[in-house]
Design a protein around this ligand. Structure first.
Ligand code: 26Q
Length: 818
């Protein structure tokens, strides 16, 4: 009992009047502004502080309550959390009260919302998944910490100038960040370089070592509360920021070397400046490896410090700690854990390995060979010499036992941690695999393909280690917040059930799929969401689109395997047909694209330019009018997705089968009543199983057919020659029909399709256009379409990330859930 235990900590009241008073109070004393002169930004700050106060009570309570329970640590270089205010307000159940409080003061919550910066600390699906998981872990009551990097600049801001992507720095911290708390007490030293020195021998005579880094910096913690549904549990997202140990090297400063005096400071600060913008190609910069080690080491030191304080031993680490690696980005943590246990805690190698393996689990998010991470041995040796030693030792142990089991030499060389072909490299996927007791894929198909392709050999050596955890999305953000009217409608039908906790109860609307009244309400909500999007398009692009047309949306990173090009070529073919027969009863369409290309990915950037070139020509063609419009919305991010997803009629999920690990946008669209046009790839397969064949439009080669065709070798030229529509569309683009200012702009892009067509655009083209005409027919019968849309919403509740997290909790982490 301490004096603090007796202090009353009254729970904060949250009626509109109290809230209004506190908001004004916070405005005056928290931001120093006179309410009469306050700007919307000041009000935003004040509202966030008032909401935050209400979180903090739960936060502290929950940390205390869950002290001795097993904890989950989610290590990810990306957390694409987006805006946080609405999340916090919805999950605390304060939406009505805050709205009322602000109305009394004469402030519009909707205006404030738009001012909150979008925390873009991720590239795409993997980062957004981490954000949904954090929210779900809090919602199902798992004591969890997310660990990542507090990038000064998140993913670049995209502008479109003259049709081209231009990257600009993203400045999410420029107005400060009211959600975060700096934790000065939680700072760790992180080393790089230097030497490994022999220290002596352990009890059994094994030599011991100590790493003496030549370069050191500090990792400083910033915590953001993550509130779960209903506010019962609040977890922490802990992001590390690099800081110099000595901000100014005084000796050098005094010697007149002003620039040199700041060298260390600059080097530290550079480390957490920017998020790497590639998402499916590894460039291999040293700074990236430094980021990976920096945050892995800081996180593990933090985890071990907390564990040590509670239990005074690490013998029980796997019983109390589960560490999930979000892809191989934190795979170096496997070697760092070994180093900390052996060099700092005195464990022998075998026991340290047991503890490490029992604690770690790894999630794979890609099979693309160009995205599998590996680092030159020479680089790791220079930056992390002790870790390189440990990696060799792990490798020797695993390969020795594999040899004993009689594995052939070529198998041994494939499972080895060292890739010996050419410059020797460390395979981070293999390191993560060996160091973990669980390795999972993110959709059923993807997990199967992992066993058959990249991890076939490791799967044979460690049978049963690979498992599937199909991705999910949080229904709080991706239904309640982005589409409140739809939630109200379905709630009215399913009655007294908490759809945000039991999302599968959405099936309760199945019986209404053919009900004319329900259909018309459902359609009216979609219509209003489309009008809202049309306003955004009008404001941002000065283009008027007809909300009565099919809104056909493809939003995701721009990549050849995702095949925005297939969609664009089909757009050109359709344009061509409309122009030839404008009198036919065409179904009006608005084709909407958004997404960022990696700055160094030239083909992806050219695809953006093509979308904009096609848009310019099509949108200005009076013959076509409202029958076809093409829109490329700049700067796709989480907040823009929250407007686009509820407004979609048709969701484009058209990757080459076998290449999209899962997709999560596909789930968001289906939940909001869009019909999917897609290949049998990633989670599309499971969407089809849930909604039924008649409520999804599937086309194209299967993953098996793709791999068979690749094996045989095929001639895209022949395929193109057999499809007059495709041939004509390709010719138009190639000959400059959309690029009169530079007629040969797309010669190479189209030439690539004609010569090798790696992503099999031509193979799937006819099947895709046929599918699109099926969409037209289904749309023309409005009752049929509405029924399909309703049955999508009804049947995809299973994709709630609460379900995914419960599966991780029971199968991988061994922690209870509510
Ligand atoms: C790695 C090393 C160096 C620099 C960058 C990277 C890097 C960064 C981001 C590599 C990959 C990513 C992101 C990958 C990603 O978003 N993958 C997506 O993950 C989703 C969640 O599982 C899946 O739904 C998608 O199918 C998958 O593409």
């Amino acid at each position: 009992m301490t004096p603090l235990d007796n202090l009353p900590t009254p729970a904060k009241k949250s009626d509109p009047k109290t809230l209004a008073v506190e908001i004004i109070e916070r405005l005056k004393h928290g931001t120093g502004k006179d309410p009469k002169a306050a700007k919307p930004h000041d009000w935003l700050q004040a509202v966030i502080l008032v909401v935050r106060d209400r979180l903090v009570d739960h936060w502290i309570e929950w940390k205390d309550e869950s002290r001795n329970e097993k904890r989950v640590y989610y290590l990810s270089l990306e957390f694409l959390i987006g805006r946080l205010m609405r999340d916090a307000i919805t999950n605390l159940g304060l939406e009505g009260e805050i709205n009322q409080a602000l109305a009394n003061i004469g402030v519009d919550l909707d205006i404030l919302r738009e001012l909150e910066p979008d925390a873009a600390l991720g590239n795409g699906g993997l980062g957004r998944l981490a954000a949904c998981f954090m929210e779900s872990m809090a919602s199902v009551g798992i004591p969890a910490y997310g660990y990542g990097i507090r990038y000064q600049h998140g993913l670049f801001r995209q502008e479109i100038r003259d049709g081209w992507q231009v990257e600009l720095p993203e400045m999410w911290l420029s107005h400060g960040n009211p959600w975060e708390f700096e934790r000065r007490e939680s700072a760790y030293e992180i080393g790089f370089g230097g030497t490994v020195e022999p220290r002596g021998h352990d009890k059994t005579g094994v030599p011991t070592f100590r790493w003496k880094p030549s370069e050191r910096m500090t990792a400083a913690a910033y915590d953001t509360p993550v509130v779960g549904w209903k506010g019962d549990h609040v977890n922490s997202l802990r992001l590390w920021s690099a800081q110099p140990i000595d901000p100014i090297l005084l000796a050098r400063f005094n010697a007149g070397d002003y620039v040199g005096a700041l060298e260390e400071s600059n080097r530290a600060e550079t480390l957490t400046q920017v998020l790497y913008p590639q998402d499916s190609h590894i460039a291999g910069q040293e700074l990236r490896l430094r980021q990976e080690f920096f945050f892995s080491s800081a996180s593990l030191q933090d985890i071990l410090r907390r564990h040590g304080q509670l239990f005074h031993t690490f013998d029980n680490l796997p019983e109390k700690v589960a560490i999930q690696l979000n892809d191989t980005h934190p795979a170096i943590a496997v070697a760092e854990m070994m180093r900390l246990l052996i060099d700092n805690e005195g464990y022998d190698f075998a026991r340290a390995w047991e503890l490490t393996n029992g604690t770690f689990a790894y999630t794979n998010h890609t099979l693309l060979p160009e995205a599998l991470e590996s680092w030159p041995v020479a680089l790791i040796e220079r930056l992390l010499p002790r870790h390189m030693q440990i990696i060799y030792q792990i490798n020797a142990m695993v390969l020795k036992s594999a040899r004993k089991d009689g594995l052939a030499d070529e198998v041994i060389s494939r499972i080895s941690l060292i890739d010996e072909g050419g410059e020797r490299r460390v395979r981070m996927g293999n390191l993560a695999f060996m160091g973990s007791h669980s390795v999972n894929g993110v959709s059923a198909l993807h997990s199967d393909l992992m066993k058959e392709t990249v991890f076939a050999d490791l799967n044979a050596v460690f049978p049963g280690r690979i498992n599937n955890k199909t991705n999910g999305i949080t229904p709080r953000r991706w239904l309640a917040q982005c589409n409140p009217a739809l939630l109200r409608l379905v709630q009215g039908v399913v009655g007294d059930v908490d759809l945000m906790a039991e999302t599968e109860a959405l099936t309760g609307i199945t019986g209404m799929a053919d009900d004319a009244g329900f259909q018309s309400s459902f359609e009216a909500i979609k219509r209003r969401n489309k009008e809202q999007l049309a306003r955004v398009i009008q404001q941002r692009m000065g283009l008027r689109v007809d909300p009565g047309a099919i809104f056909d949306i493809q939003i995701k990173r721009i990549h050849e395997y995702k095949r925005q090009l297939l969609n664009l070529i089909e757009t050109v073919a359709l344009y061509d047909q409309i122009r030839s027969h404008p009198e036919k009863d065409w179904v009006p369409r608005v084709k909407i694209f958004a997404g960022k290309a990696a700055p160094s990915y030239h083909t992806a950037k050219l695809i953006i330019k093509l979308a904009n070139d096609i848009a310019r020509v099509v949108n200005n063609d009076p013959i076509v009018g409202d029958l076809l419009k093409v829109v490329f919305l700049p700067n796709y991010n989480v907040s823009l997705a929250e407007v686009l997803v509820p407004a979609a009629d048709l969701s484009e999920q058209i990757s080459t089968a076998g290449m999209e690990a899962s997709g999560t946008g596909n789930m968001k669209f289906a939940l909001n009543g869009a019909v999917t046009i897609g290949t049998l790839d990633g989670a599309n397969v499971e969407i089809k199983d849930l909604v039924g064949d008649e409520n999804i439009v599937i086309f194209g080669l299967t993953a098996q057919e793709v791999s068979d065709r690749r094996a045989i070798g095929r001639d895209p030229g022949e395929i193109i020659a057999a499809s007059p529509e495709l041939a004509q569309a390709l010719r138009a683009i190639k000959d400059g029909a959309f690029s009169a200012d530079d007629p040969s702009r797309y010669a190479d892009l189209i030439g690539g399709i004609e010569s090798h067509d790696w992503f099999m655009v031509s193979d799937d083209f006819d099947s895709y256009t046929a599918a699109q005409r099926r969409v037209d027919a289904l749309w023309s019968d409005r009752a049929t379409w509405n029924r399909m849309a309703i049955l999508n919403t009804a049947n995809v509740g299973w994709f709630s990330s609460d379900r995914t997290i419960r599966q991780y909790a029971s199968d991988i982490w061994g922690v209870p859930t509510k």
